[in-house]
Design a protein around this ligand. Structure first.
Ligand code: HEM
Length: 207
């Protein structure tokens, strides 16, 4: 899980950097999107690899949860959570919501489901698809704004535990560094939360 998690977090960081080009205006994000599309087969190889990584990550996550539940078929009479956090206890729930979010997000922004393609196709200054128009129109709607906000909140909760547990899974922590690693994981996920929320708000304001 640690290796697939690291690859997915790396993607989320790079994706945020690309999305931040929304702040630079229509030409910046449209040129960025057009450049990605122009990579042709490389994009499809990248997508296939990411899909495989994602599938393995989800599969291991489900397996781990099933094993954990099977290890304690009878629940605790009284449960005191000494080290666990809300984020660590809700990994399967936030992971499940993220799964639904990603499937829907791909259908929306990549598959253009629910997007007025007649309005945005060829509408960018360079004649490409107007990604800027699609994104700003989406975030100006309260419905999409809330859906993305919920998705980003789940991403934050998932990574707040996930990033730290990456180091633990690979045996890179000791009693001394455990707390520091936890703080690092929360800091990384908080930066991502702020970044993605900034993109959503920027999209809503620029619409
Ligand atoms: C404010 C939040 C986000 C915005 C504005 C956004 C924007 C976009 C856009 C515009 C595309 C389509 C690119 C294109 O086809 O030209 C896209 C694709 C994608 N997004 Fe996001 N995204 C957001 C959050 C996320 C998050 C949190 C994840 C993962 C957890 C994610 C995963 C993906 C993936 C996997 C693709 C497909 C990439 C591809 O086409 O190869 N996105 N996103």
């Amino acid at each position: 899980m640690a290796v697939t998690g690291l690859i997915l977090v790396s993607f989320v960081c790079v994706h945020l950097l690309g999305n931040l080009s929304l702040f630079a205006g229509a030409d910046a994000i449209n040129t960025y999107a057009a450049k990605l599309q122009s990579l042709g087969p490389i994009v499809w190889i990248f997508r296939a690899v990411m899909l495989a990584v994602f599938a393995v990550h989800v599969g291991f996550g489900i397996q781990l949860t099933v094993q954990n539940n099977a290890a304690r078929p009878v629940g605790y009479l009284q449960k005191v959570n000494e080290r666990s956090t809300f984020s660590s206890r809700s990994m399967i729930v936030t992971g499940g919501v993220l799964f639904i979010f990603i499937v829907w997000h791909l259908a929306h922004f990549t598959g253009h489901v629910g997007v007025d393609t007649a309005k945005f196709a060829g509408a960018a200054a360079d004649g490409h698809f107007d990604v800027y128009g699609m994104v700003t129109t989406a975030f100006s709607s309260a419905f999409y704004f809330i859906l993305y906000a919920v998705g980003m909140a789940c991403l934050f909760l998932h990574l707040a535990h996930g990033v730290g547990s990456f180091f633990q899974s690979l045996g890179l922590t000791s009693e001394c560094t455990l707390d520091g690693v936890g703080v690092f994981g929360k800091a990384v996920s908080f930066i991502l939360l702020v970044g993605y929320f900034a993109v959503i708000i920027c999209g809503a304001v620029k619409a």
